[in-house]
Design a protein around this ligand. Structure first.
Ligand code: NAD
Length: 498
């Protein structure tokens, strides 16, 4: 069985811990490898390596950093199949879906390759007589990223290419459930010519996370994961004086207006609810049917849900794979039961799904619950599985109120043929990412990604322009090259322009 070790200062390092976690193949339902769980000492070793590398990396030219990003991007292209295979075997998602996340992550590398343009400062000529002013941004030092299981390559890629291109050095603590892709990414960076110590991987659990939060040598922490841990990381990192952005969980609503094309809406809702077995922070989990079309909509979603092919991720016909762990499967099945007990109507039931030849795999089939109300746990909690819930409201205003009363604010969508409805919706909802007839509105790499309310703690969204701001700090320089005369003698009053 493979053991994933840490990657520190450009080499595989076993470190000082003798604690391990099993890494499962969710389609088989058995461990395929194990991962070492770091101690605080291992985290410290990574910080020392990253701090030493920062001495030279922080002084490197923007063009040199950009070229490495171009070469790294090419290696991600060449290793796309290999990365997708690793992801699918540890996460369970289909190979095509895994390739999709490699591509979306790679787009952040493409954005980061433009760092010379992104870091151009601002200059004001003649702010006062003979005085100019310019602003520029500098790296902040050693930064860390803590990431979830559901996008084992894309979410880390939201962070490290931008951080590194800005001149920082990076420590990644990936999810211990699917650590394999990070191992390969570290080797590809090295092959691309990134100096040792600029990108490090420390595998681990809460012990490693706590050590990152406490370490005085780390200047900033980016976190993506569930809301309780995002809160914890935001508080912990803030307490120790770090810059922090912590992206949390979600409950994403898709509003379907009576004027929408219901076939189109049903198709896209099924894809957005069941893709990756519902384990996406931007998955649709609550369908809000407005007005009299609800029965027809539920019918159309039912038809499409029952036709989906659920199989192992490597099956070329599979549209949906297993969920990540046995505990996840049990939790999802339990939630469906809670919904049923609370009065929801189980229209499609995925609880007893068995995939032939993979009886031990962690499978749950697509599930559709109708007549759901806001007090049911299937609505209040993030289930993170292939479960769509349908709530019915009379008007657009009621739909918006429902969304705004929910503590999460990651993504939402409206299906409509009315521009007026779309405009009202996008202006009134308290949500960070909005789709108009687009159910999974994940921003491109050159925009920034982030939710509102309990879906993000901190004030910077991730990647795109906000990523550059998060990983740099600004300086303003006021310059005078004086021609010394009577007029230029210093005065004690506060300087004003003249
Ligand atoms: P998680 O919160 O369990 O784990 C995320 C990270 O935190 C992992 O690296 C894990 O090792 C660490 N961690 C877990 N428990 C911890 C603890 N008690 N103390 C310190 N660290 C701890 O999340 P997950 O189950 O891996 O991922 C799914 C969650 O991530 C969902 O809630 C999903 O919505 C969210 N997510 C959000 C976004 C977003 O952009 N907002 C994107 C992807 C996933």
């Amino acid at each position: 069985m493979t053991t994933y070790d840490h990657w520190i200062a450009g080499a595989s390092v076993s470190g000082e811990s003798d604690r391990f976690a099993d890494v499962y193949d969710p389609a088989v339902g058995a461990p395929k490898s194990q991962v070492r769980l770091a101690t605080a000492g291992d985290v410290d070793a990574a910080v020392q390596a990253a701090a030493a590398a920062y001495e030279t990396w922080g002084e490197s030219s923007v063009t040199a950093r950009s070229r490495i990003m171009f070469d790294f991007r090419q290696l991600l292209v060449e290793h796309e199949d290999e990365l997708a295979a690793i992801i699918s075997s540890e996460h369970g998602k289909t190979l095509d879906d895994a390739k999709g996340e490699v591509v979306r992550g790679r787009e952040v590398v493409e954005f980061a390759a433009g760092i010379p343009q992104l870091l151009k400062g601002e200059f004001s000529d003649q702010v006062s007589g003979g005085v100019d002013s310019h602003t520029f941004r500098q790296a902040i030092g050693v930064v860390a990223g803590i990431t979830p299981f559901n996008f084992p390559i894309m979410v880390p890629l939201w962070m490290h290419p931008v951080a590194i291109a800005c001149g920082n050095t990076f420590i990644l603590k990936p999810s211990e459930r699917d650590p394999g892709a990070s191992d390969l990414v570290a080797r590809l960076y090295q092959q691309a010519g990134l100096p040792d110590g600029v990108f490090n991987v420390v595998h681990g659990d809460k012990v490693a996370v706590d050590a990152i939060l406490e370490h005085p040598g780390i200047a900033a922490v980016s976190f993506v994961g569930s809301t309780p841990i995002a809160k914890y990381v935001h508080e912990g990192a803030s307490r120790t004086g770090k810059r922090v952005q912590a992206l949390g969980g979600a409950k994403n609503h898709a509003v379907v207006m009576p004027d929408a094309d219901l076939d189109f809406a049903a198709d896209h809702i099924v894809a957005a609810g069941y893709g990756s077995a519902g384990q996406r922070c931007m998955a649709i989990s609550a369908v809000v049917a407005v007005g009299p079309a609800a029965d027809t909509l539920v019918d159309k979603i039912r038809e499409r849900s029952t036709g989906l092919k659920v199989s192992v991720g490597t099956d070329p016909d599979a549209e949906m794979g297993p969920v990540v762990t046995a505990a996840s499967r049990d939790r999802i099945v339990d939630y469906i039961g809670q919904g049923e007990d609370a009065g929801a109507k189980v229209v499609v039931d995925g609880r007893d799904l068995v995939v032939e030849g993979h009886e031990e795999g962690f499978f749950v089939g697509p599930t559709l619950l109708d007549q759901v109300t806001t007090d049911m746990s299937v609505y209040t909690d993030e289930i993170f599985g292939p479960v769509l819930t349908v709530l019915r409201v009379p008007t657009l205003d009621a739909a918006i109120e429902l969304i705004n009363s929910n503590p999460y604010g990651n993504g939402t969508a409206v299906f409509t043929s009315s521009g007026e409805v779309a405009r009202t919706f996008q202006r009134k909802v308290h949500v960070g990412m909005i789709g108009i007839n687009v159910p999974v509105p994940v921003p491109m790499a050159f925009h920034s990604f982030g939710g509102w309310k309990d879906s993000l703690f901190g004030d910077h969204h991730i990647h795109g322009p906000e990523g550059v701001r998060f990983y740099t700090q600004a300086k303003v320089v006021t310059t005078r090259w004086p021609h010394v005369s009577e007029d230029s003698l210093a005065q004690l009053n506060f300087p004003t322009a003249h």
